[in-house]
Ligand binder design. Structure first.
Ligand code: HT7
Ligand code: ZN
Length: 851
């Protein structure tokens, strides 16, 4: 398949200022009539009009009302046009019911809905389907009234009515020019939660969250989050909503989390529906975070959009940063930062260190859907955060204002963004641009030499080669640094922001009254790996005394990591961790959410990332030994916490959420300690729970155990929630994440369960995605875990290639494992690659993983 390169970008030859679409909707066969007014661009002299297609049937084509001829070029059609402005009319037929890829117009449950980003619009009608073509859309839909009583599209409803034969129609108009990837329509039998928001300039906006009738009671949290997001964007970024309607629709079958279509966001129902009985606290946070993210796109993505898909992080990195700031403002900023960094390390660092590494602004792709990655999203957000840290909020905000004002209504590049921040924020970001072009996670070494009342901090930076980038240059790395007294634990002087510009630097400190202990990359000010050799006592001191909560968390994580790595080399000493943990638990009553984060040991995957060759069984065993030691030494504390944190009536306050999380962690430490009462406590928690957080927490603890209560709890959970897809997803994923040695066998059986289907991406992610993230089970030494996931990828590829391709990256880490596992993993990749007719999506991920 062809490789698309950023360097090959050429501006469009034709513009399409106006589009009129007319849909005769039906699940089996939908007719689409499109009228495009096209205007030749400056660069379009002698060029044909090129319209992308997606395999649909073209029934007729007229130019200025006259039947016309066209040429084909793969899936595109080319039309030679004599003048500079023409009216193009096409008529196509598409089949939503058999659209299992869930791109373009497809059926989900009884609904018809669209997903156009990145290149789905071309599967609906022939169009120059690229984000730098901005058009005003008018959309008419006609459908059977009983089956599709609700007809929604972007913008405002301007007309509609009944028709003979039980049919009806509606017409919508979006006044804002937009790229085709933001087009949307929904038709179906939906109920609505309506509300209203008054913008700061006094305009009223009608809000609607559309769901299946029975789901209406579960939409309150999403609505509250939407209104909070609208107010937040006005207050923090000065951005106001621009239409008089904002609709959200929840659908059960969706490839991603949600989609920011102008004025008509479409959501995976798991990011809309929440009530205490069926959604965990983490689900509640995810709903608010995704609602905010999609809403914020209205400015960072819709009003100012991307010139081409290489610029994806322009909208995604910035919008993730904005949703992270929003969520931090809603609850504990420290806990939010810890969660964000945990995700970055779990999903993005491995990407940066493997064969699929790519820059935040990629240089080439085969299939753009493969580039909706943690690098583009989460590392992209870290780049924005670093700019904000270096400039300070006020200057950064002036840069954002300039960006929005200068580029409103345009399709632009990451370079345009950086230039606006530079000019508006009065900064020089020349070398910072390297962060957009260089892949890989920088390593920073830091050593602090103490001499008398002075000290010298020596820093170096390096960046390993990544595919296509053998040699790298140093980049500006903003490091928040502070020193603490080794005896008193007091901060010595002010925190400093050190920007490491070169390969190495020496930074002097003076006036130190006692031996200093280094606290570096506080708040995770840069997305780098910091290598220091701080003794356990210094880490314990920071864990107890650092005044930056992230650094406190990080110190204990480092101590636990060092302890596990030493164990893997035959040196077992759990005592310093246990002592530090005892200190941290002293804060449990004051800040249970922070303590819950702090006491969790680093994941098996994260430990593996610090080894030259990973043996997942050994990592699992060493981590379990640490958990058992912490569990056993502090068993009375865990038991006490499990008793004390038993909540009264359910509340969704930060304190109640933190308490629930810490309570279930206490339970899991009791299991790790082999406490005789752990299983009975878990069963009691499971049975008495008045919310999903407590119930699933207990279920997860039991699922990894041999307790007699385990099968009872799994059966009771299934019976209670049978028919509720989002909760049954949890039932699948909880079992797929079990650390029991028989997990693979259980997962193979679950894949044959009547409730398992490859047609629903949430279900696939719940079982197969969760299993592939289970280090011990997926990497089972006989290779059967690899075989199972590879079989699933092959079965899914013809149905939904995007979702299939998302299951390939765990195989790409084969170089990190022992030679036997590496051979087994590459054998599966080769087996997949040998299958004829592979999608571009899977082909790209598999072939790059082998390279
Ligand atoms: N901008 C949205 C991306 C998206 C997507 C991409 C590929 C395939 C299907 C998709 N659905 C949504 C989501 C977002 O970042 O807000
Ligand atoms: Zn987004």
């Amino acid at each position: 398949p062809p490789i698309i390169r950023r360097a090959d970008y050429v501006p469009p030859a034709w513009r399409v200022p106006e589009v009129a679409l007319d849909f005769m909707l039906d699940a089996d066969e939908t007719w689409v009539r499109a009228t495009l007014s096209v205007v030749r661009a400056d660069s379009g002299a002698g060029m044909p009009l090129a319209l992308d297609g997606g395999g649909q049937k073209l029934v007729s084509l007229r130019v200025d009302g006259v039947p016309a001829t066209w040429r084909t070029d793969g899936d595109r059609i080319l039309i030679d046009l004599p003048g500079n402005a023409h009216r193009i009319e096409t008529e196509c037929v598409i089949h939503p019911a058999t659209n299992t890829q869930l791109m373009g117009l497809y059926a989900s449950g009884g609904l018809l809905c669209t997903q156009c980003e990145a290149e789905g619009f071309r599967r609906i009608t022939f169009f120059p389907d690229r984000p730098d073509i901005l058009s005003r859309y008018t959309v008419r839909m006609e459908a059977d009234r009983a089956t599709y009583p609700v007809l929604l599209a972007n913008g405002d409803r301007i007309n509609g009515g009944d028709l003979p034969g039980g049919r009806h129609w509606a017409q919508w108009r979006d006044p804002f020019p937009k790229p085709s990837y933001l087009f949307a329509l929904v038709a179906g039998d939906l109920a609505v939660n309506r509300d209203r928001f008054i913008t700061r300039s006094g305009r009223g906006v009608d809000l609607g969250i559309w769901v299946r009738e029975g789901d209406l009671p579960r939409t309150g949290h999403a609505m509250a989050a939407l209104k909070a997001s609208m107010a937040w964007d006005e207050r923090v970024y000065g951005r106001e909503y621009d239409l008089s309607v904002f609709n959200i629709v929840a659908v059960a079958d969706f490839n991603f989390g949600a989609m920011e279509n102008k004025g008509l966001n479409i959501f995976n129902s798991r990011y809309i529906l929440a009530d205490p009985e069926t959604a965990t606290d983490a689900d509640y946070d995810a709903v608010a975070g995704v609602v905010a993210h999609e809403y914020f796109h209205n400015w960072s993505g819709n009003r100012v959009t991307c010139r081409d898909w290489f610029q994806l992080s322009l909208k995604e990195g910035f919008t993730v940063f904005r949703d992270q700031q929003f969520s931090a403002d809603q609850g504990s900023a420290a806990v939010k930062r810890i969660e964000d960094v945990r995700l970055l390390r779990a999903a993005q660092f491995p990407e940066d260190g493997g064969p699929l590494a790519h820059p935040v602004r990629p240089d080439s792709y085969i299939e753009i859907s493969n580039f909706y990655t943690a690098t583009v999203y989460n590392k992209g957000a870290e780049l924005i955060r670093m700019m904000a840290t270096m400039l300070g909020w006020d200057r950064f905000r002036r840069g954002c204002d300039l960006y929005f004002d200068r580029h409103d209504g345009q399709a632009v590049t990451c370079e345009d963004f950086v230039r606006a921040i530079e000019e508006g924020g009065e900064a020089d970001l020349s070398r910072f641009r390297l962060w957009y072009s260089q892949a890989g996670t920088p390593r920073v070494t830091a050593t602090l030499d103490h001499h008398g009342t002075a000290a010298t901090l020596r820093l170096t930076q390096s960046l390993a080669a990544t595919p296509g980038q053998p040699v790298k240059q140093p980049m500006p790395i903003p490091l928040r640094v502070a020193l603490f007294g080794a005896e008193t634990g007091r901060r010595l002087g002010e925190e400093r922001l050190i920007v490491l510009e070169d390969a190495a630097a020496e930074i002097p400190f003076e006036g130190l009254a006692e031996r200093p202990v280094l606290s570096i990359n506080r708040g995770f000010s840069a997305p780098v790996i910091v290598e220091t050799t701080r003794p356990a006592a210094d880490l314990a001191l920071l864990s107890a005394h650092d005044d930056d909560p992230f650094a406190r968390y990080e110190a204990l994580q480092q101590l636990m990591l060092d302890t596990i790595l030493a164990d893997l080399q035959g040196r077992i000493d759990h005592a310093p961790v246990i002592a530090a943990m005892r200190d941290v638990l002293g804060d449990a009553a004051r800040d249970p959410a922070f303590v819950a984060e702090a006491v969790l040991p680093p994941s098996e995957a994260f430990v593996g990332d610090h080894l030259p060759a990973i043996d997942p069984e050994a990592v699992h065993a060493a981590r379990e030994r640490l958990r058992a030691a912490i569990g056993g030494a502090l068993v009375d504390d865990w038991r006490g916490l499990h008793d004390r944190l038993k909540a009264g009536a359910y509340e969704l306050t930060p304190a109640a959420k933190g308490g629930r999380r810490l309570r279930t962690i206490a339970l899991s430490y009791m299991f790790a300690a082999g406490a005789a009462d752990a299983a009975a406590r878990a069963w009691a928690q499971f049975e008495a729970a008045d919310n999903m957080t407590d119930r699933q927490g207990a279920l997860a603890a039991l699922a990894s155990s041999d307790a007699a209560e385990r099968p009872r709890a799994l059966a009771a959970f299934y019976d209670r929630y049978r028919g509720d897809a989002l909760v049954i997803d949890k039932w699948f994923s909880t079992q797929a994440l079990s650390t029991r040695p028989d997990t693979l066998r259980a997962v193979i059986a679950l894949a044959a369960h009547p409730d398992f289907t490859l047609a629903n991406p949430n279900r696939v992610r719940a079982l197969i995605g969760a299993f592939a993230a289970n280090q011990r089970a997926f990497h089972q030494a006989d290779g059967q875990g690899y075989r199972f996931v590879a079989d699933m990828i092959l079965a899914l590829d013809p149905i939904n290639p995007q979702t299939a391709a998302r299951m390939v990256p765990p195989f790409g880490r084969w170089r990190r494992f022992d030679p036997d596992r590496a051979t087994l993993m590459t054998a599966e990749l080769n087996r997949i690659l040998a299958v004829p007719g592979l999608s571009r999506d899977v082909f790209e991920q598999v072939s790059k993983s082998l390279a």
